[in-house]
Design a protein around this ligand. Structure first.
Ligand SMILES: [Zn+2]
Length: 312
């Protein structure tokens, strides 16, 4: 095993990068802009150039680097080829081959949600777990699954698309994926706000949430923590829906721990505690022993996981 590894978390606007030792110490992290022009053709050359510059600064030669791992915002096939990545403008990109040409380094790639789960499993909230599910509650609902220490990607790169578990086929609004009633429509930050706004319109209950002109998910959790009964009920309803979805996952893969990350998790243990309370009612037997925790690496989970992909 060589001394260093690099992790790159490629997002639609920025690429987050981290230089690690192969035993997992983060030595330096930095960001560059994601240039999505011309089918994102500059993204990998830009990453390669910035890695060369950082390594040169530290007098590290490429030969001392084990490889570079990537997280990308879209499905990745088992062969590492990215058919389509809308956010990056990529079509049919053979990332491993390109990186090898640019840097002469071994490369590995995974979907960003899966890669974040690898990071949390390595150095974050799931450090002692070999079987873990990480749920990221942000604009959407992301999910990464680690089974027996390995990332689950599935036959088509859709392993861990838990945000699109159809929880309510009777839903009238359509999800981004084209189906109706996905978990994401209720449990993402946007989903929580959507459901709460609908409720505010349909009832006349007195609540401090009516004071906000542009209601956010943060406002809802803030009000709940202040004891606002209406907000507490909304948090409870969100948690019940998420717990129901997680109980399905539990029946299939029985994880040791569910880690909850993303913007919504910034509300803290009110999220994990409330979800766990409902989860207990939806499962049986030893499934009740599954733990709940908050993700710990925040925005760095992606670079940790990406680096870990090349350290095996
Ligand atoms: Zn969906």
């Amino acid at each position: 095993m060589k001394k260093y590894a690099i992790g790159a978390d490629i997002g639609g606007t920025t690429v987050k990068l981290g230089l690690f030792t192969t035993d997992g110490a983060l030595l330096e992290k930095w960001e560059i802009r994601t240039n999505t022009e011309n089918g994102g053709e500059k993204i990998l050359p830009d990453i390669a150039a910035s890695c060369r510059a950082i390594l040169a600064d530290r007098k590290i030669i490429l030969n001392e680097v084990e490889g570079i791992g990537f997280g990308v915002p879209g499905p990745v096939g088992a062969d590492g080829i990215i058919d389509v990545c809308v956010n990056l403008g990529w079509e049919n990109v053979d990332l491993k081959e390109e990186v090898n040409k640019l840097l002469g380094l071994k490369a590995a790639v995974g979907n960003d949600a899966n890669v974040a789960a690898v990071g949390e499993c390595w150095k974050g909230g799931g450090k002692d777990a070999d079987n873990l599910v990480m749920i990221t509650l942000g604009t959407g609902v992301g999910c990464g699954i680690i089974l027996d220490g390995r990332m689950v990607t599935g036959a088509h790169g859709y392993g861990g698309e838990a945000g699109h578990i159809q929880i309510n086929p009777e839903e009238e609004e359509t999800c981004n994926c084209g189906k109706n009633g996905c978990l994401e429509q209720y449990c993402s930050a946007n989903g929580i706000v959507r459901v709460t706004k609908q409720k505010l319109e349909s009832v006349s209950t007195d609540t401090m949430l009516r004071d906000y002109s542009d209601l956010t998910c943060e406002n809802i959790f803030y009000a709940a923590k202040k004891g606002d009964a209406f907000a507490l009920r909304q948090v409870d309803e969100f948690a019940r829906t998420l717990a129901l979805g997680l109980s399905y996952i539990s029946c299939v893969i029985d994880p040791e721990i569910f880690l909850i990350g993303g913007g919504v998790s910034k509300a803290g243990t009110i999220v994990t505690d409330t979800v766990e309370k409902h989860y207990q009612n939806f499962v049986f037997g030893a499934q009740k022993n599954t733990r709940f925790g908050l993700a710990q690496l925040g925005n760095d989970a992606g670079i940790y996981g990406a680096a870990k992909l090349v350290i095996e």
